[in-house]
Every structure is written in structure tokens, then in C-alpha cells.
Ligand binder design. Structure first.
Ligand code: SAM
Length: 337
């Protein structure tokens, strides 16, 4: 046997004896058992075990040093949990043996009952909070977390294989929300200044492909996109149908088109101030254009007004090109022309 194998054997043997020594205290085993199912604080452990904090802390320290438990800080508390995943094979076997012995003890039975009431107390604290907070929870929620976090989180529902077109991407705000969740974002804009700002915002995101071009002649191949988004763009276009047609050309059969824009409004000054060509769109206009393009599954919803927003109310409309077999086949004359 070479030196390496000898030292391995010695370490292995020492480790088993260390573990046996850690588990020789029944109280440590009861603690481990309690921490198998949930995280507990020291004071919760004290309440369950009916032991003073000094003894519980001492035993927890031994378990922590042996790698049997893991701790994390939460505010001013430390939460402890059994660390089964980190145990060696021999420690796992040892624990299985010891566990079986102590499971049948009356002390463990008592621990279980007291644990159940401690956990019920935790639950009733949160139930009490929700019972009293029902009428102000919406306010508390946005005060604590802001207005948009749920929508940002819901982006996680997108398919990670998708290629998404952010058409008229501006400074890349939509692209930056989508990019972490999808395979690739192709962000198109005609304005070099907007693309420059988008480049700076998106510099950390390797899967965003910024392309300069016009929405009426998209620099995107046929069927390259799973999703095409036109966010606050359509009202700038003299002929929105052309951009919608281009977006549909760039979509895979069965892909998704999403338009977000303004509902009809009377802010004439926007024409001068921001070059708007359309003062919003009606549901009929949008659905009419979608139908002309042969789109299916057309949906149109006004968006809830954001109380902090000064601009006109918005809508979202979505649709999809038909699957390939039902795509309209162009007339031969039209192909020749
Ligand atoms: C109001 S911004 C919206 C930007 C972005 N979609 C957003 O939600 O913040 C409109 C963008 O569309 C771009 N745009 C307008 N007409 C365009 C066209 N015909 N082709 C390509 N981009 C266009 C503008 O350069 C601008 O960046």
C-alpha cells in the first residue's frame, strides 16, 4: 500500500470516529431530526426541545463544525437546516442507523408535537397579517417591491428557445427585460442615436443582436422570429400595415405578434413634440389590419392605467400567423408581378 492510500484510510477512519463522536449526544440527534424538515432558529429549537439556549447553541456548534447542519442569516436571526446533501456516504449510513434508533423514542415524539405548534404559530402570524392587511396589501406590495416586479417575473414564462424581435427597440428597454429569458433578441431601429443608447444599456447581454433598419423593410430573414414585438412604435409609421406585414413575414408559422400602443386620444401636441403620425388606434383598426394579414387568435386588451403615468391609455394586441399548411397561397399572377 503506498503512502497516499494509507493517509486516505487514516483520514476516512478518523472521519467516521469524529462523526460517531458528534452523534453520541441524543440531543444532537433530536436537533438533526428537527432540522431535516424545515429551517429553525435557535430560539425555536429551544422552545421545541425545552432546553436553555446555551445548551442548544453548544450542540448546534458541534453539528455545524461536523458539517451536519448549515446556517444562513436572515435579518437578525440565524436559520439552521440539516445539511444532508453535504454528508459523505459513511456519514449518511451512520445517520440512517442512529435515526432509526431515536425515531421510536418518547422524547422525539414530544419534539414533533411541540414543533407542530411552533410551526402553527408561524402560520398564524402570517395569517393574522393577511387578515388585517387585505385592504392595504396592494399598497404594501408596491411600496415594498414596486409596480413592475410581477411583470418582470412573469417574463420567466417565455420559452428559452425563442428568438424575439424587438422592432423599433429605441433604447432597448424591452430587449433588456426579455434577453435573460430567451435564446436571442433581434433589436431593430432606424435611429443610430437610439441604437447607441441601446448598445450601452445592453452591453452585458451577449444574446442581443442590434440591427439598424426600417420596420417597413426589416433586416430580418423570413421566419427568423418566434415573437415579434412592436412596442410604442406603430403610431410613428405612415403605413403601419407595411410594418405589420414585415413583422409577419419575419415570424415563424405559429409565432406571435405583439403590438403595444396608444388607444385613441386627443393630444395633438404629440404630432409636433414627438412626430406622432397617429393619435392612437381603435380596436377595429388593429383587428382589421391583423385580419387583412390572415392572422389568427387575435386578442386586444386595454392595459390598466398606471396612476403615475401622464400619457394616454394603452392597449396590447396579439395574434399569430397561421400554421404553414393553412397559410394563404399567393396567386401565380401576383408572384410574376
Ligand atoms: C417611441 S420609441 C419606442 C421605443 C421602444 N420600443 C420603447 O418601447 O421604448 C419609437 C422607436 O421607433 C423607432 N422608429 C420609428 N419609426 C421607425 C421606422 N420606420 N423604422 C425603424 N424604426 C423606427 C424610433 O427610432 C424609436 O426608437
Amino acid at each position: 500500500m503506498n503512502g497516499l492510500s494509507v493517509s486516505r484510510l487514516a483520514i476516512g477512519t478518523a472521519s467516521v470516529f469524529d462523526s460517531m463522536s458528534t452523534l453520541r449526544e441524543p440531543l444532537r440527534c433530536r436537533i438533526l431530526l428537527l432540522l431535516e424538515g424545515q429551517e429553525l432558529t435557535v430560539s425555536e429549537l429551544c422552545a421545541v426541545l425545552q432546553m436553555p439556549q446555551s445548551s442548544v447553541s453548544r450542540h448546534l456548534k458541534a453539528l455545524d463544525e461536523g458539517g451536519w447542519v448549515a446556517a444562513r442569516r436572515e435579518g437578525t436571526s440565524r436559520m439552521y437546516m440539516a445539511n444532508a446533501a453535504a454528508l459523505s456516504g459513511s456519514d449518511r449510513e451512520l445517520w440512517a442507523l442512529v435515526r432509526e434508533q431515536i425515531l421510536a423514542s418518547a422524547a422525539v415524539d414530544q419534539d414533533r408535537q411541540r414543533l407542530a405548534s411552533i410551526l402553527a404559530q408561524r402560520l398564524s402570524r402570517s395569517q393574522e397579517f393577511f387578515a388585517s392587511a387585505a385592504d392595504r396589501w396592494s399598497v404594501v406590495r408596491s411600496e415594498l417591491f414596486g409596480r413592475r416586479f410581477d411583470l418582470e417575473g412573469l417574463v420567466g414564462l417565455l420559452d428559452a428557445r425563442w428568438i424575439v424581435g424587438d422592432l423599433g427597440c429605441g433604447t432597448g428597454q424591452t430587449s433588456s427585460t426579455l434577453a435573460p429569458w430567451v435564446h436571442r433578441v433581434i433589436a431593430v431601429d432606424e435611429s443610430e442615436a437610439m441604437l447607441e443608447a441601446a448598445r450601452s444599456r445592453l452591453r452585458e447581454m451577449q444574446n442581443v443582436d442590434l440591427r439598424r433598419g426600417r420596420l417597413e423593410a426589416l433586416p430580418v430573414g423570413d421566419g427568423e422570429l418566434d415573437v415579434a414585438i412592436l412596442m410604442l412604435v406603430l403610431h410613428h409609421l405612415a403605413e403601419p400595415q407595411l410594418a405589420l406585414g414585415e413583422a409577419v413575414r419575419a415570424l415563424k408559422p405559429g409565432g406571435r405578434l405583439l403590438v403595444v400602443d396608444m388607444l385613441p386620444h386627443q393630444r395633438e401636441e404629440y404630432r409636433r413634440q414627438m412626430g406622432h403620425l397617429w393619435l392612437g388606434f381603435t380596436e377595429g383598426q388593429i383587428k382589421g389590419w391583423f385580419e387583412e394579414l390572415g392572422l389568427k387568435a387575435v386578442r386586444f386588451h386595454p392595459l390598466p392605467a398606471d396612476p403615475d403615468a401622464a400619457g394616454p391609455a394603452l392597449f396590447a394586441a396579439s395574434a399569430r400567423p397561421p400554421l404553414r399548411e393553412t397559410m394563404p397561397i399567393p396567386e401565380p399572377a401576383a408572384i410574376r408581378a
